[in-house]
Design a protein around this ligand. Structure first.
Ligand code: GLV
Ligand code: GLV
Length: 321
C-alpha cells in the first residue's frame, strides 16, 4: 500500500490482517520488550499511522519527527503517555479502546482487593518456602471483606463495576469523583463522600482516577495519614497518581495495612524497588485489562481506529479530551 503503519509490539494476527490491506506494516517483533524510543523515532519518520500502547512514550519530540502522521491508535483506554495537545495541534487523530475493558479491569481491582486483604500471595509463598509448620490461631490473618466499607476514588465505568462486585460482598460503598453521580447512587445505593472522609473511614480504598497532571501524586503523605491503620489501598489506575515514597513509608511504618498495586510510577518497576521488599505489598505488572478475550477485542478496536484514521474517516473510538 501507499501508507506506512508502525506497530510497536507483536499483536494478535487478526488485528494485523485488518491493517495489512491499508499499508506497509512495520512490526516490532517483540511482545514483552518495548520498541526502543530511538528506533521508534526512526521508523516513524515516514509513517502515516502508529499503533501503540501504554509502554511507549509518544511525546512532542517523537511527534516532531513524524511529519506524515495522520493517526495514533493506542491499545489502551488511558492516553497519558501521549502528548495530546501537540497531536491535536498537528491534526493527528488519536484513538483508544474504552468500555471494552471495564469489567475485566474491575475484576482485577477486586482480585487485588481480596488478595491483599487476605494475604493470598504471602500465604502461597509461605507454603512454597516451607515455612508452614502447623495451623496457627493468628497465622496469616487478614482483613474481612464481607461487610467492610469500600471507598472508590474515580467513579467512571470501571468504578461502577467495582461497586457492583462489592455489593455482592455486602460492602458499604462510598465514592469520590469530580462530579457527583446521582443515577449511580440511586441505582446501586452507593454514597458520595468528600475525599477526606472517604480516606478516613474506608477499610478498602480503590484508586481509579485517570492519569494526568492534575491527578499526579493525588495520594501522598497527607492522604495516607488520613487512612485507617487497617486500610488496604488498591491502585489500578496510573502509578503517577500515587507518591510511591510516601506509600512505602506508610506501609513500612504501619500507617496503612497493605497495598495491592497493578501500576507504578515507573514501569516496569525494578525488582529491587523498596516497595517490593514489603510483605504487605501485592504487586502485578499492569495487567488490569489482561484477559485473553478483552485483549483480543482491544487489539481489534485499535486496528479499527487506525484504519479509519488512514482513510481520513472519523475514528470509531476517538479520544475525547
Ligand atoms: C491500561 O492501563 C489502559 O489504559 O488501558
Ligand atoms: C478511570 O479509569 C475510571 O473509570 O474511573
Amino acid at each position: 500500500g501507499e501508507y506506512k503503519i508502525v506497530v510497536t509490539r507483536k499483536i494478535p494476527d487478526e488485528s494485523l490482517d485488518m491493517m495489512k490491506k491499508y499499508g506497509e506494516l512495520y512490526i516490532w517483533p517483540e511482545e514483552e520488550i518495548a520498541m526502543p524510543y530511538e528506533r521508534l523515532k526512526e521508523e516513524i519518520r515516514n509513517a502515516h499511522a502508529l499503533y501503540t500502547n501504554v509502554g511507549d512514550k509518544i511525546d512532542r519530540e517523537l511527534l516532531e519527527s513524524a511529519p506524515h502522521l495522520k493517526v495514533i491508535s493506542t491499545m489502551a483506554v488511558g492516553f497519558d503517555n501521549i502528548d495530546m495537545e501537540y497531536a491535536r495541534e498537528q491534526g493527528v487523530a488519536v484513538g483508544h479502546t474504552p468500555s471494552v475493558l471495564n469489567e475485566t479491569t474491575a475484576d482485577l481491582a477486586f482480585t487485588l482487593l481480596m488478595a491483599a486483604g487476605r494475604r493470598i500471595v504471602e500465604g502461597a509463598g509461605y507454603i512454597k518456602e516451607e515455612k508452614w509448620k502447623s495451623w496457627g490461631p493468628m497465622l496469616l490473618t487478614g482483613q474481612d471483606i464481607y461487610g467492610a466499607r469500600l471507598g472508590i476514588i474515580g467513579m467512571g465505568r470501571i468504578g461502577e463495576g467495582v461497586a457492583r462486585r462489592a455489593l455482592g460482598f455486602n460492602m458499604d460503598v462510598v465514592y469520590y469523583n469530580r462530579n457527583q453521580k446521582p443515577h449511580i447512587e440511586e441505582e446501586m445505593g452507593v454514597t458520595y463522600c468528600e475525599l477526606t472522609e472517604l480516606l478516613q473511614t474506608s477499610d478498602f480504598i480503590v484508586l481509579l482516577a485517570p492519569g494526568s497532571e492534575e491527578t499526579r501524586h493525588m495520594i501522598g503523605t497527607e492522604q495516607f495519614q488520613l487512612m485507617k491503620e487497617s486500610a488496604v489501598f488498591i491502585n489500578v489506575s496510573r502509578g503517577t497518581n500515587v507518591d510511591e515514597q510516601a506509600l512505602y513509608k506508610a506501609l513500612k511504618e504501619g500507617e496503612i495495612w497493605a497495598a495491592g498495586l497493578d501500576v507504578f510510577e515507573e514501569e516496569p518497576i525494578s525488582a529491587s524497588h523498596p516497595l517490593l521488599s514489603l510483605p504487605n505489598v501485592t504487586a502485578v505488572p499492569h495487567i488490569g485489562s489482561a484477559s485473553i478475550a478483552t485483549r483480543k477485542k482491544m487489539a481489534m478496536m485499535a486496528a479499527e481506529n487506525l484504519v479509519a484514521g488512514i482513510k481520513g474517516e472519523k475514528l470509531p473510538f476517538e479520544v475525547q479530551a
